[in-house]
Design a protein around this ligand. Structure first.
Ligand SMILES: *Cc1c(COP(=O)(O)O)cnc(C)c1O
Length: 406
């Protein structure tokens, strides 16, 4: 069987639509490049040698399959459902992002594109891209807002150490949104020899689909692992949702298992009423369908369509839009979306550390916060599978600032 099976679903359609969401909203100059990418991607996926090379690197370099861990003490403490953790925190570079970065970098190489560009907010996707580029001998240039550069110094240094150039972006709010704008601008200018390595299940067709496919290994592995461990499927799958790539990577393998509830957790920040959050599906006063960065999905915007400023304690969830496939799954009621506040997330961060000896990424701690709310309402013979998208070392400064000296 192919490492990645691309014939598993009828979405998106050939124009990149997931129902009414997705598509391709880009300058005319990018259309040929996106078409070239569609063709190259489909060719690569049909090529056994490509699939085997990706599988080989995921096994021997990333460290896949990542394990599933039974969270015995957390389950006992909560007194309800049994909790299992899919351990993407144990993947090389400490998060799921490498699954996608490696897949796209391998594709860039196959397409003969030596120059790779990427955008990054917290620096996690920048580090994953710089890592994959170093491994495959590609030149990597990462756009990053100057505000983010100032607050994410360790990741900036990592990227440089890995041989990447970090390009400061001074426009707009000098954060992720502006870095994506600059990366798109670069791509328009240098489209012939440049590959845009996009970090989440976002952007113009075929990115949302391609990123989903590269991340779908999470759910494919976990579905098999949980059956081997428990003899059955989970009742609930939970994952945090920034752009949506780790969540769609987990959900995809379970999409036809109607007995399995799929729950995405957005950043509730200081609470929905405060307006300071990134809960695109929870606050329909300031979030509605619109276009951002080449795709149609829910976007937090004011009445004039100006993109709203978002807030989350975790940089990886701090984005005004969300992958179009999530908007589609929500519209069809196949998946449900909720949020965790910064405060609930910090509590979950400590609870998981102290019950299981696992320090999660703040992004992943949002998913754990939902498990803490939900497990006690469930029976002891029920199962929750939660995606631990990354490890928390990168977040220690943030947590120390938020909690003081614990
Ligand atoms: C980037 C990141 C996320 C959010 O991105 P998605 O595309 O929504 O998965 C979540 N967890 C970790 C650890 C991250 O680095």
């Amino acid at each position: 069987m192919a490492y990645i099976d691309i014939n598993t679903t009828n979405v998106p359609d050939e124009r990149g639509y997931f129902g009414e969401f997705g598509g391709r909203f880009v300058p005319e100059t990018l259309v040929p490049a996106l078409n070239e990418l569609v063709t190259a991607y489909e060719d690569a996926m049909k090529d056994d040698a490509f699939q085997q090379e990706l599988a080989y690197l995921q096994r021997t370099y990333t460290g896949r399959p990542t394990p599933v861990t039974y969270a015995k003490r957390l389950s006992e403490k909560l007194g309800g459902a049994q909790i299992y953790l899919k351990r993407e925190d144990l993947a090389h570079t400490g998060a799921h992002k490498i699954n996608n970065a490696l897949g796209q970098a391998l594709l860039a190489k196959r397409m003969g594109k030596q120059r790779v560009i990427a955008e990054t907010g917290a620096g996690q996707h920048g580090v994953a891209s710089a890592t994959a580029a170093a491994l495959l001998g590609l030149d990597c240039h990462v756009y990053m807002g100057s505000v983010d550069i100032a607050r994410q110094q360790p990741n900036v240094f990592r990227m440089k150490l890995l041989g990447a150039e970090v390009i400061p972006v001074e426009s707009g709010s000098k954060t992720l949104k502006d870095a994506i704008n600059e990366a798109i601008r670069d791509w328009v200018t240098n489209v012939r020899d440049t590959f845009y390595l996009l970090g989440s299940a976002l952007g113009p067709h075929p990115y949302p689909r391609m990123v989903r496919d590269f991340q779908s290994v999470i759910g494919v592995e976990a579905r098999q692992q949980i059956q081997e461990m428990t003899g059955r499927l989970p009742d609930v799958c939970v994952a945090c949702v920034g752009g949506g790539s780790n969540a769609i990577g987990l959900f995809h393998a379970f999409r036809d298992d109607q007995s399995v509830d799929l729950i995405g957790v957005e950043a509730g920040g200081h609470g929905i009423a405060s307006g300071q959050h990134a809960a695109r599906f929870a606050d329909l006063n300031i979030s509605r369908p619109g276009v951002l960065h080449g795709t149609k999905s829910y976007v937090m915007q004011d009445e004039n369509g100006q993109i709203m400023h978002t807030h989350s304690i975790s940089a990886g969830l701090d984005y005004a839009s969300v992958g179009p496939e999530h908007a589609y799954l929500r519209a069809n009621e196949r998946a449900f979306y909720t949020f965790a506040t910064d405060e609930e997330t910090l509590a979950a961060f400590q609870t998981l550390s102290q019950t299981e000896g696992i320090i999660p990424a703040l992004e992943s701690a949002h998913a754990v916060a939902e498990v803490i709310k939900r497990a006690p309402q469930m029976r002891r013979d029920q199962i929750i599978l939660v995606n631990l998208s990354g490890r928390g070392d990168k977040d220690l400064d943030t947590v120390i600032q938020a909690l003081g000296n614990i």
